[in-house]
Design a protein. Structure first.
Length: 443
């Protein structure tokens, strides 16, 4: 019998065994305890004041969550108290943890910033809000080369908007008012919550009976996108990556439900916000092509970003190129401060012609993934998520300029894969069971 290339790897099965220990509570406890330690260290040692403020609040939230899980483990030994240790209780603890370690810090820092504190937001928040103001006033979120050059040298970095035009929408409320609720992070959080809720609802609505383990796998995927410290910290202090991630997870959930057109629209919306979603779009279109729906998925996956770029292209083409191409490629007036000590950055800075070596390694990784997609395109949402996760992980590690926080993308995508598995399988079975003879429902 020929092995199925899309069958979960041994590592995935081992992860499932770890994840299910003590009904999932063992890993919950480890997650919250480790997160509390991370938040406490951040509060004491971080050189970034928004990060320290996050750590102070988040440490208490994670500690309370760890105590709650410890209580659930004790309750699990008593049959009468079993509901306190069940899946519903785990969801409640997860919701409390996200509220206390991400949403509460977001609101607290937004209120303090509105009251005059200038150290309660990272640069990306300011950049997005300035982009929203420019979009409202001039029809484009971008400043041209000459306009950026005219800024004081200390402000030129903030003059760049290295995002796709859709990201400026989150800055529009700030263009209207200075109230705390106009902070871009508030709207990042709302969009993230809405997209994750849609993703969970999509997976729960998969046809057929609910298999054992689906709810726990979905919960773990949500935890990876919300209460994991790299996600909670990012949302509280910057936040622009979280709506992009949530839209990618929604797109994969729609793929698992065999909705290629809607999956394309979701990942296209993410691509209209940030370039990080474009590799996910490519892999999703390859998946859709195995269902003879590649064109339908591509219309949304690439059509929405193209439509978002069109107004900025018509208003000021040079400003668009300066911000979304020259600056990310290192040819702007200033260089990106993204310099986390990953292999690509270390190679670029430590070796002769290191930047060229790092670029070559990045291109080689991209070629390897492209060959994989051409020879064995993903046929399930699970394999699609795994290719996206490992591909983005390789890219983040090999890029000469990158950030530690970008790891939230591959981590969340890889943990999301088991949540897709049962919906994937049910969708395939339902499609085959309901397909009339001679009719291909994938078209």
């Amino acid at each position: 019998m020929t092995a199925d290339p899309d069958r979960p790897a041994t590592a995935t099965r081992r992860w499932a065994a770890i994840d299910s220990a003590a009904g999932g509570l063992a890993l919950d406890l480890g997650l919250y305890a480790a997160a509390a330690a991370f938040a406490g260290i951040t509060a004491v040692t971080s050189t970034l004041l928004p990060h320290r403020a996050w750590g102070t609040l988040a440490t208490a939230g994670y500690l309370l969550a760890a105590l709650a899980v410890a209580g659930q483990l004790l309750a699990r030994r008593r049959p009468a108290a079993t509901p306190l240790a069940g899946l519903g209780a785990r969801w409640a603890v997860t919701g409390f943890t996200w509220a206390s370690t991400a949403l509460l810090p977001v609101v607290a820092q937004s209120v303090q910033r509105a009251a005059g504190r200038t150290d309660r937001a990272q640069e990306e928040v300011i950049v997005v809000e300035h982009a929203g103001s420019r979009l409202a006033e001039h029809g484009t979120p971008y400043l041209g080369h000459d306009a950026i050059a005219a800024l004081p040298p200390a402000e030129q970095l903030l003059g760049y908007t290295p995002y796709q035009p859709g990201m400026a929408l989150f800055g529009l409320p700030r263009a209207a008012t200075d109230a705390w609720w106009a902070d871009a992070r508030i709207w990042f959080a709302l969009a993230t919550a809405a997209m994750l809720a849609l993703a969970v609802a999509t997976l729960r609505a998969a046809p057929g009976p609910v298999p054992p383990g689906r709810g726990s796998a979905v919960l773990r995927g949500v935890q990876a996108a919300t209460v994991l410290p790299v996600c909670a910290l990012t949302l509280a202090t910057g936040g622009d990556d979280l709506p992009v991630l949530a839209l990618c997870l929604l797109a994969l959930a729609l793929a698992a439900a065999d909705r290629p057109g809607r999956a394309g629209l979701a990942v296209g919306a993410a691509g209209a916000l940030k370039l990080f979603a474009w590799p996910v779009a490519v892999v999703l279109v390859c998946w859709a092509a195995t269902r003879r729906a590649g064109v339908r998925a591509a219309l949304g996956a690439f059509g929405l970003p193209a439509l978002a770029l069109l107004p900025a292209l018509l208003v000021d083409r040079d400003a668009l190129v300066e911000n979304v191409l020259r600056f990310p490629l290192g040819h702007g007036l200033v260089t990106s401060p993204a310099q986390s000590p990953f292999p690509g950055h270390l190679i670029a800075t430590a070796l002769p012609a290191g930047r060229a070596v790092a670029a070559a390694l990045l291109v080689a990784a991209g070629v390897a993934i492209a060959v994989r997609l051409l020879r064995r395109p993903p046929r399930t949402a699970v394999s699609t998520a795994l290719i996206c996760g490992y591909g983005l992980l390789a890219a983040i590690l090999l890029m000469p300029s990158t950030r530690f926080g970008y790891l939230l993308y591959p981590v969340a995508l890889l943990v999301w894969a088991p949540a897709l598995a049962t919906a994937d399988r049910l969708s395939v079975n339902f499609r085959h069971a309901t397909r009339p003879e001679g009719v291909d429902l994938r078209a």
